[in-house]
Ligand binder design. Structure first.
Ligand SMILES: [Zn+2]
Length: 290
């Protein structure tokens, strides 16, 4: 009898222990979900997931270059810019121009050696980077990367055949010399003006060795558009892989005033694609998803 009571007692303990273990297990599984605090971030996450699951609730997701990580920024930017198309909302946010230029930490470029590298007020070249294949493009000591220099030479020959002469001024500039130019202009003209015309150190296309400021027939390069030969020069550019990088009417996208004289080598195919779309290179890259 005593043994039976003991057996029942032990049995009860075993059953209770099993029940306790099982309930503790379920509690531990559920606990993290219940314990997640309802912060702004977790709400946004839930919102994003819901939108991804139901495309009808997300008016952006049908665009090829939509990036789900930017959804909240698309919505915020759209509120401030209700007249813009969905395509432009996505493009501008992908470009990073939903915040004022230079207001955020720059994105350091991972592959500065690429011929199609995008350098602008958002994407910055690594501090100590310098192209390894610079060659002379003009007798005055100007340099460009070898592929761009060869293309420039062919462009120059085509211009000669068409009856005018072009010269590359201020092609490659080191980050150090860019700093010198920027600081000088800043001291004279102030930040707003300087940022319109001069890139901050590390943000200049000239530092890639793929850009140059061009003059026609010896006139100052800033007067290039006054030349009767400018339309011919412009038409020849894409055949040699160059684009006018800061076009007229696109100042809010590039962050720079119109510069008819500043050309950038990106390669023939790319130059033709960018021109055919009639968009800036910044927009092109934002739509390509890189
Ligand atoms: Zn320039």
């Amino acid at each position: 009898m005593k043994l039976r009571i003991q057996a029942v007692f032990i049995g009860s303990i075993v059953v209770l222990s099993v029940v306790w273990i099982i309930s503790a297990f379920f509690h531990s599984v559920q606990a993290p979900i219940e314990d997640v605090p309802k912060t702004v971030d977790s709400n946004l996450q839930a919102d994003t997931n819901m939108d991804e699951e139901d495309p009808l609730k997300n008016e952006f997701s049908h665009i090829v270059y939509y990036d789900k990580q930017n959804l909240t920024r698309y919505k915020t930017y759209q509120k401030g810019n209700p007249a813009l198309s969905i395509e432009d909302i996505i493009t501008h946010v992908n470009m990073g121009i939903d915040a004022p230029f230079y207001s955020k930490d720059p994105i350091i470029i991972e592959n500065p050696d690429r011929i199609d590298v995008l350098v602008n007020k958002i994407y910055k070249l690594p501090e100590s980077w310098k192209p390894s294949d610079l060659v002379a493009v003009e007798s005055g000591g100007q340099q460009m990367r070898s592929e761009a220099a060869q293309a420039f030479q062919l462009l120059k020959e085509d211009c000669k055949v068409a009856g005018f002469n072009i010269i590359a001024h201020s092609a490659y500039r080191s980050t150090k010399s860019q700093k010198h130019f920027y600081d000088n202009m800043l001291a004279i003209n102030g930040e707003e003006y300087t940022d319109k015309y001069m890139a901050r150190p590390g943000h200049s296309e000239h530092t890639t060795g793929l850009a140059a400021d061009i003059s026609i027939n010896g006139a100052h390069y800033t007067k290039i558009e006054n030349s009767e030969h400018y339309p011919t020069f412009y038409a020849l550019l894409e055949n040699h892989g160059f684009i006018v990088r800061y076009p007229q009417g696109k100042e809010h996208l590039t962050g720079y005033a119109y510069e008819a004289w500043h050309i950038r080598y990106i390669g023939k195919d790319l130059a033709k694609q960018v021109n055919a779309l009639g968009i800036t290179y910044d927009e092109y890259v934002a739509r390509k998803g890189e």
